[in-house]
Design a protein around this ligand. Structure first.
Ligand code: ZN
Length: 297
């Protein structure tokens, strides 16, 4: 029998059949090897670390498979959905506002900068740089944003050639959950950031949220190929501390975001509690998304 794994309209099974994948043997946050099965997705599974509560996918696609998947990511997620684009723009403004409470000038690197949308929102106060894996998104950023077009590099943070301690601010907006090796990414953040510089993680799913636990694979932020790690403010702090990044602020966002529809969201969640086997996708809700500000010490 053919094994087909269709996830919300995407055939993810073929990705696992056509590309190499690897098992995760130990937790990248705490090193534990004690995991419990959290959700079963046929070709891959979600596990939860018993020690630090990190939720992660294993097996995960190797780089080649991920590159194939992300080769036209911008087209997959933005171009076809006007409402989503508007919501995202509104959220960019909210995230920019948070960052500017801490810092509003200097050299800034946006890792996984997509089409340059968040960089654009951050404005002229910063000297803006970006890295992005998807070549289509890189071209989009270079064509649409002249003020930082020449500062967009194709690749990951590991591929960049910037000098050590070059940046005052590094941002990862909806990125850390996607990276193949979070320890390696943190290492480069530490390397590239000046002492006293800021590292801003935002628009990132919180694996210890109420909806994550209630809905598991039907949590709206769950994705077996894209979201490899579901951190929480607690375990992300444990990891960051290893790289001299001190957590100075964190918040989970819901009310006041363009995704919140409290009355209807609560009705959906009440239905799910009444019918746990119901396969509806979770709504946006309290705790789902997190923002954290770290300072390099
Ligand atoms: Zn752990």
């Amino acid at each position: 029998m053919e094994k087909i794994y269709n996830f919300r309209g995407e055939n993810l099974g073929s990705l696992f059949e056509n590309h190499q994948s690897k098992d995760i043997e130990k937790c990248p946050v705490c090193g534990s090897t004690k995991f419990i099965l959290w959700a079963d997705c046929n070709y891959t599974k979600a596990h939860k670390c018993e020690e630090c509560k990190l939720v992660f996918m294993s097996p995960q696609l190797e780089k080649e498979g991920l590159n194939d998947y992300y080769s036209n990511y911008i087209g997959k997620r933005r171009i076809n959905n006007l409402k989503k684009m508007e919501q995202r723009s509104e959220q960019y403004a909210l995230d920019s506002h948070v960052l500017k409470k801490f810092v509003n000038e200097g050299k800034l690197l946006d890792v996984g900068c997509n089409g340059g949308f968040f960089l654009s929102e951050l404005g002229e106060g910063f000297e803006r740089y970006g890295t992005e894996l998807d070549p289509t998104a890189v071209n989009y950023a270079r064509e649409n944003y002249k003020s930082f077009a020449s500062n967009i590099e194709q690749g990951t943070i590991e591929d960049t050639n910037f000098e050590n301690e070059y940046f005052d601010v590094i941002t990862m907006r909806g990125v850390i959950e996607h990276v193949s090796d979070p320890n390696e990414s943190f290492h480069h953040v530490e390397r590239l950031l000046k002492k006293g510089g800021y590292f801003f993680v935002c628009a990132t799913p919180n694996g210890e949220s109420y909806c994550a636990d209630l809905y598991r694979e039907n949590w709206n932020l769950f994705h077996p190929v894209q979201h490899l790690w579901h951190f929480s403010p607690k375990n992300l702090d444990i990891m960051a501390a290893r790289y001299n990044l001190k957590l100075i602020w964190s918040e989970t966002q819901y009310l006041g975001t363009p995704y919140a529809d409290p009355r209807n969201d609560l009705i959906k969640i009440t239905e799910k509690i009444k019918n746990p086997t119901d396969n509806q996708i979770s709504p946006a809700f309290f705790e789902n998304m997190m923002s954290l500000v770290f300072k390099k010490i």
